[in-house]
Design a protein around this ligand. Structure first.
Ligand code: HSE
Length: 325
């Protein structure tokens, strides 16, 4: 693993707890060989044996015994180097890095294909909800008509607490940080960047084409006030940060879609309005199945660790999301 922070600690803990169970189900016994961290003595919520730690990510990626590299450092700098170095050696990569996938996904999947390597990213969208796999596999016989979702746990937590308890924006944001929901730079959450990355990944996956991030409309929740929320409530709505992928038309075998992230009024009777706190909820409408709905924890150590552990190197179709491009 590269990264031993909140999510890294959760993944270590989940594998430590359930490795034998996973092996009984998948035939693969996961063993963590080494974990690269920023500093050996930094405080950790999960205790990791010092013998596993290194401060040099190359010791992880270049170790011939390491078959799978789990990238959990986030950001688009070192994380990209780590993933490229692993894929170039034909190693499978698991990542939760939505920002990197949204901005460099095309490059990463190309390198994965060239090296016959797998790139898994279930944890990058909607925390613990197995949404990527559902869109890729469970709903494969559908054309997607609409995807609408609450995909940022931090913003949903903030909006919920502001409405339920009347707490101020800054106060609730601090709670979200303490709970390990927020990004290292919380502006990524509250300005809508994180949801923008996630909805771009879902749009790319659903339509087999890379969605250019600059073409996606983005608006966050930093200017929402308690008064806005209360007024919406009086009108019969809940205010949610919603990501949407809307199918507009299909002409000459080309799909035209609209992708956006913005604070949106949801009627209180709609299922999305009942998605509160750190939970995410995503409605996916297909032309065959009609509406499906996915719900679960959208952020936090264990939810993200669960999604990170949903893939294994012997998986038959392990070429990743947009490998079919
Ligand atoms: N900061 C993200 C969120 C973490 O709040 O949803 C999970 O991707």
């Amino acid at each position: 693993m590269v990264g031993g922070g909140t999510v890294g600690g959760g993944v270590y803990q989940a594998i430590d707890r359930n490795a034998l169970l996973i092996a009984s189900r998948t035939g693969v016994l996961l063993k963590i060989k080494r974990i690269a961290v920023k500093a050996l003595d930094e405080p950790r919520s999960v205790e990791i044996p010092v013998s596993l730690l290194t401060t040099d990510w190359k010791e992880v990626v270049n170790d011939p015994e390491v078959q799978v590299v789990v990238e959990l450092v986030g950001g688009t700098g070192v994380a990209r180097e780590v993933i490229l170095a692993a894929l170039e050696q034909g190693k499978s990569v698991v990542t939760a890095n939505k920002a990197l996938l949204a901005s460099h996904g095309e490059e990463l999947f190309k390198v994965a294909q060239e090296n016959d390597a797998a790139l898994f990213y279930e944890a990058s969208v909607a925390g613990g909800i197995p949404l990527i796999r559902s869109i890729r596999e469970g709903l494969v016989c559908n054309r997607f008509l609409n995807i609408s979702g609450i995909v940022n746990g931090t913003c949903n937590y903030i909006l919920t607490q502001m409405e339920a308890l009347g707490h101020g924006f800054e106060e609730v944001l601090k709670e979200a940080q303490t709970n390990g929901y927020a990004e290292a730079n919380p502006a990524l959450d509250v300005e809508g960047h994180d949801a923008h990355h996630k909805i771009s990944i879902l749009a790319s996956l659903a339509y087999n084409a890379w969605v250019a991030p600059e073409k996606v409309y983005r608006e966050g929740i930093s200017s929402i006030t308690g008064l806005d929320i209360q007024t919406c409530k009086e009108w019969g709505y809940k205010l949610k940060l919603l990501g949407t992928v809307k199918h507009i038309s299909r002409e000459a075998d080309v799909d035209h879609i609209q992708v956006r992230v913005a604070p949106t009024l949801i009627p209180q009777t709609h299922i999305l309005a009942s998605v509160d706190g750190v939970f995410n909820g995503v409605s996916v409408r297909g032309d065959v199945v009609d509406e499906t709905f996915f719900y679960g924890r959208g952020a936090g150590q264990d939810a993200t660790a669960s999604a990170t552990g949903t893939t294994h190197p012997n998986e038959p179709d392990s070429t990743g999301c947009c490998a079919s491009l």
